[in-house]
Design a protein around this ligand. Structure first.
Ligand code: OAD
Length: 256
């Protein structure tokens, strides 16, 4: 038997997932690009539509790319910021926010660099990979507030200079080869250690250290529920895999 409107998801799996997620402690939620896909924000690794199918990460998401061609990197991130500013939280984001409004402690650990969880109404959001909406100097590290991005996609755009030193303003994003922000990682690890269940939504589970969180949760004995219409690299860490999109499955897991 399957739940009406949820395609091929067995009702028995949904019911068991609801019970495991109900728990008696805080809920940790690890999200990836698939969480925002139904808001119109592209994922990275989906065939054809994923950003890494169309762009080379080594030319856009590494410190070397920034040193080599800042104008191209800056233009690309300003375009992504423009995309995010025109998107809205989807029913998956709304379901997590509605759950937090019931009084349940919901700790979102996200790899996403958008602000859709916050705009939906979740306050405990740990951004492991930074934010498209924040900027900082590439030399002294000072935060910088800059105006809205240009509409449309430019191939080159010169980043502003730092007000305090000779540096350039860069996106406050974690690039390949860079460490995660220690404070966010520590707060996410604490949230996971206190949780009674981990819900994992829309991640390929290929980028570490974020991808290690489900196996850390499994080793500590809490259930790991995955929501993803496709396959991921999370394997044996997952207790139940619900194969469907976040925008349908999360409202079914947490009906308001
Ligand atoms: P990926 O693009 O690697 O994976 C997205 C996952 O979302 C895939 O497993 C899809 O099957 C799934 N998916 C697609 N649509 C979905 C939907 N509607 N509901 C639920 N799931 C859906 O994205 P991430 O795992 O987030 O790093 O990628 C991890 C990191 O790699 C990103 O944070 C980014 C990237 O390089 C940085 O930018 C630093």
């Amino acid at each position: 038997m399957t739940d009406a409107g949820l395609g091929a998801i067995p009702t028995v799996d949904l019911d068991r997932a609801r019970r495991l997620l109900a728990g008696d402690g805080p809920l940790a939620v690890l999200t990836g690009a698939g969480m925002s896909a139904e808001s119109g924000v592209p994922t990275f690794r989906d065939a054809q539509t994923g950003l890494w199918a169309r762009f080379d990460p080594s030319e856009l998401a590494t410190p070397e790319a920034w040193s080599h061609d800042r104008d191209t990197v800056w233009a690309w991130y300003r375009w992504r910021q423009h995309l995010v500013s025109g998107s809205q939280p989807n029913p998956g984001h709304e379901a997590l926010a509605a759950l937090a409004r019931t009084g349940r402690r919901v700790e979102i650990i996200t790899q996403n660099v958008d602000d859709l969880h916050e705009r939906a109404g979740n306050h405990e959001v740990h951004h492991l990979h930074g934010s498209l909406l924040r900027h900082r100097c590439d030399s002294c590290g000072a935060g910088s507030v800059i105006g809205p991005p240009p509409s449309g996609q430019l191939s080159q755009l010169t980043p502003p200079r730092c007000r305090d030193c000779a540096g350039h303003i860069r996106p406050d994003i974690v690039w390949f080869g860079e460490p995660l922000p220690a404070r966010e990682w520590d707060s996410a690890s604490t949230a996971l250690a206190e949780a009674s269940a981990l819900l994992v939504v829309g991640t390929s589970g290929l980028v570490h250290p974020a991808a290690s969180l489900p196996s850390i949760a499994a080793r500590s004995g809490i259930p790991v529920i995955e929501v993803n219409p496709g396959h991921s690299g999370l394997g044996a860490a997952v207790t139940i895999h619900l194969r469907g999109p976040a925008g349908s499955i999360l409202p079914a897991l947490f009906p308001s």
